[in-house]
Ligand binder design. Structure first.
Ligand code: ADP
Ligand code: MG
Length: 384
């Protein structure tokens, strides 16, 4: 299944006359956990035909045997992944095509959305045995770069950052909060580490270390906060020469985003601190929702400025970008409310239209520039 690239690349229901394309929305159901099985959870979600999701509402009864079915709701998405789906299947269906676009100098982004425990981090980062989208994308990227090494010169840079409590932090080199600035490429976090990556091997360890740097709950040691958003940015620069031998540079950016838990911040221990954090998390997620609503309604003004998260994601949502949403859900009837919210949200996200996706390309050196060009060609040769 090809992603719609806008600009007439693909016609059909995905494509709007104005040249926009809609975002792709996927749902991933995780398997029932051991604890859930032990505490008598009942499965309330079924995925059929890789598209249809059926959500069953049971009567609110603690006695498993007396549970009755109240109603069943039906949703449909670009693809829906049942609990048996492998990490590679999720990666190749959701992100494989995006990577091609990024190599051509376009932007792309993949979001994981869902309640805490629904499988967002598993989907994005995964484990050493079962690496997730972030790791598989980088692996795939290096393989593709190797295949294309004769056409030009690619460089890959990684940045990994967190938005927690309306503060932006560098996960690759933790320290003081980063300040967001607007430059000609859009909003950037000043001083953010751009790690030059050469191979896949180093990346899993790097990302896992980065993930450990995510803010932890003070009350629950070692547990990653469900209120932190993590964003991995993979920037691929491709330098080559066009027909007239000008040196051109194309820059594509892939953003992979593990959003904070979408549940409402209730049942908190240290009330004051928590309510502040809760409010701020709601602020980032609420801002994301209102941007999505504004995009769905085709509004001129999209309120990106309302939170750090939406500022950072400006070029990944409404800009010239291919966007993918993965909604993560749990099968347990104990998570029914959250699952229902997530499915409603994902259903609404299907309506978002984005502008056609442009190539970020510029001529770095004109042939007529003579000596400079000679220098750059030499540089190119050296790098190769
Ligand atoms: P979240 O990041 O949304 O809070 P996690 O990704 O941490 O949730 O998942 C919660 C638990 O469920 C983890 O122990 C994780 O390993 C497990 N899990 C999630 N998705 C899957 C899956 N598809 N297959 C197997 N285990 C999963
Ligand atoms: Mg997580």
């Amino acid at each position: 299944r090809k992603l719609s690239m806008g600009n007439g690349a693909e016609k059909g229901e995905n494509f709007e006359a104005c040249g926009g394309s809609r975002i792709m929305v996927f749902v991933r159901l995780r398997p029932m956990g051991k604890k859930e099985r032990e505490n008598g959870s009942r499965c309330c979600v079924k995925v059929l035909n890789k598209r249809d999701v059926y959500l069953t509402e049971f009567t609110n009864d603690n006695d498993y045997l007396r549970l009755k079915r109240l109603r069943v709701r039906h949703f449909t998405f670009d693809s829906s992944f049942p609990e048996t789906t492998t990490q590679r299947e999720v990666y190749s269906t959701t992100t494989g095509d995006l990577l091609e676009a990024v190599l051509e100098g376009r932007n792309g982004s993949v979001f994981c959305y869902g309640a805490t425990g629904a499988g967002k981090t598993y989907t994005m980062l995964g484990t050493v045995e079962n690496p997730g989208v972030m790791v598989l994308a980088i692996k795939d990227l290096f393989a593709k770069v190797r295949e294309r090494s004769l056409d030009g010169n690619h460089t890959v840079h990684l940045s990994y950052l967190e938005v927690y409590n309306e503060t932006v932090r560098d996960l690759l080199s933790p320290g003081r909060p980063l300040i967001l600035r607007e430059d000609k490429q859009g909003i950037v976090a000043a001083g953010l580490t751009q790690y030059r990556a050469y191979s896949t091997d180093e990346v899993m360890a790097l990302l896992q270390r980065g993930n450990q740097n995510r803010t932890t709950e003070p009350t629950r040691c070692n547990e990653t906060s469900s209120r932190s958003h993590a964003i991995l940015q993979v920037v691929v620069e491709y330098k080559t020469r066009d027909a007239s031998m000008n040196v051109i540079s194309r820059v594509g950016k892939l953003s992979l985003i593990d959003l904070a838990g979408s549940e409402r911040a209730i049942a908190t221990d240290q009330r004051t601190l928590r309510s502040l954090e809760g409010a701020n998390i709601n602020r980032s997620l609420l801002a994301l929702s209102s941007c999505i609503n504004a995009l769905v309604e085709g509004k001129k003004h999209i309120p990106y400025r309302n939170s750090k998260l939406t500022q950072l994601l400006k070029d990944s949502l409404g800009g010239s970008c291919n966007t993918v949403m993965i909604a993560n859900i749990s099968p347990s009837n104990h998570s029914f409310g959250e699952t229902q919210n997530t499915l409603h949200w994902a259903d609404r996200a299907k309506e978002i239209r984005v502008k056609g996706c442009e190539v970020n390309e510029e001529v770095v050196v004109q042939v007529s520039e003579g000596p400079d060009q000679a220098k750059l060609v030499l540089e190119l040769q050296e790098e190769n």
